[in-house]
Design a binder for this molecule. Structure first.
Ligand code: ZN
Length: 89
């Protein structure tokens, strides 16, 4: 039997589906408004860590969380990945 490559466990997704995270984002959206903090889009707004947890950012501190539309979240994620790949973290 060929070895099956299993994807790494997606701990991040577990975190982002936790009740603590969902409740916090709900509160932040109520306080700040449910729109992207960069472009003001109101479609598919999600909570994002300004400093990522793997970089030592506080997971449930509102000061470390910004609301982004999916577009800006993807841009930020892609930029951080490329910086990481180049060793510029
Ligand atoms: Zn945006």
């Amino acid at each position: 039997m060929p070895p099956r490559l299993k994807p790494a466990p997606k701990l991040a997704e577990q975190f982002y589906s936790s009740p603590q995270w969902r409740t916090l984002i709900k509160q932040i959206k109520q306080e700040r408004g449910n729109w992207c903090e960069i472009c003001g889009s109101t479609s598919r707004v999600i909570g994002d860590h300004i400093k990522e947890r793997k970089d030592g950012g506080a997971p449930l501190d509102p000061a470390n969380i910004q609301l982004l539309c999916i577009t800006h979240h993807n841009i930020k994620t892609a930029r951080e990945r490329s910086h990481r790949a180049l060793g510029q973290t």
